[in-house]
Unconditional design. Structure first.
Length: 248
């Protein structure tokens, strides 16, 4: 029996990069997978991949910055599988822009996707988890949320907000069976980071004590730990998974 057998996991941005790795790993541990994403092609592709392996998975096209869409998708997931046991807030967006060139629209877009969308998904699943008297939430933050990164003031602020949001929700709902933790992910080779890697790749590798970037599966393994019963005495924490690029 898998570590997540019989449990249903919503994974935002679950069709690409870290989210895809989480979807595959959680499915291998026998969870029902619900992928929230905006891209229909990649969403349907990961669901087909999981279904071909005999796993239960559905894709729900969802803009996490729209609370009504989030609520509707959560409702559909609950109707399909009967419970929402795990939420992984992985969806994110990143744009490297000099601070003085960041427009109001770009600022709002990055904050909305990385922070507001995370809050909306938490807000939507909380009533279900309270009724069940249990639930696990894993938020994907970032190295940038711990120390800030140049040309990423909006992204850094949003990811720092995710860490504070994690602590706030833990203090409010931890005593009622809802576990919430975060992962401060370091540099990971994904589609989101490929362009920046061309410019900053060698510097990023030198920052890591291991001399390399992470594979998305290495982040997914920590997400599995936090989503499973193995982390039964961990709550409100942010775990660094960055190869030693930042130590605290």
């Amino acid at each position: 029996m898998g570590k997540l057998s019989g449990k249903t996991a919503i994974i935002t941005g679950g069709s690409k990069g870290i989210g895809r790795a989480i979807s595959l790993l959680f499915a291998a541990e026998e969870a029902n997978i619900v992928v929230f994403a905006r891209n229909e092609h990649s969403g349907n592709k990961i669901v087909k991949e999981l279904s071909d392996k005999g796993r239960n998975a559905i894709f729900l096209k969802t803009d996490i910055t729209n609370l009504n869409e989030v609520d509707l998708s959560v409702k559909k997931a609950l109707e399909k599988f009967g419970s929402i046991d795990i939420l992984v807030n992985n969806a994110g967006a990143l744009k490297m822009t000099p601070t003085e060139e960041i427009s109001e629209d770009e600022w709002r877009e990055i904050i909305d996707i990385n922070l507001t969308g995370t809050f909306y998904c938490i807000k939507s699943v909380i009533p279900i988890m309270l009724k069940q008297k249990k639930g696990k939430i894993v938020n994907i933050s970032s190295l940038s949320g711990k120390r800030g990164s140049p040309y990423l003031p909006h992204y850094s602020a949003a990811k720092a907000g995710v860490i504070a949001l994690t602590q706030a929700i833990a203090r409010e709902f931890g005593s009622r069976g809802i576990y919430i933790n975060a992962i401060a992910s370091g540099r990971v080779m994904t589609d989101l980071s490929k362009q920046a890697f061309k410019v900053y790749g060698e510097r990023w590798k030198k920052e890591s004590l291991l001399g390399r970037l992470a594979d998305a599966t290495e982040i997914a393994k920590v997400a599995l730990f936090l989503a499973s019963d193995d982390s039964s005495y961990i709550i409100g924490e942010t775990i660094n998974v960055n190869g030693g690029a930042y130590l605290d």
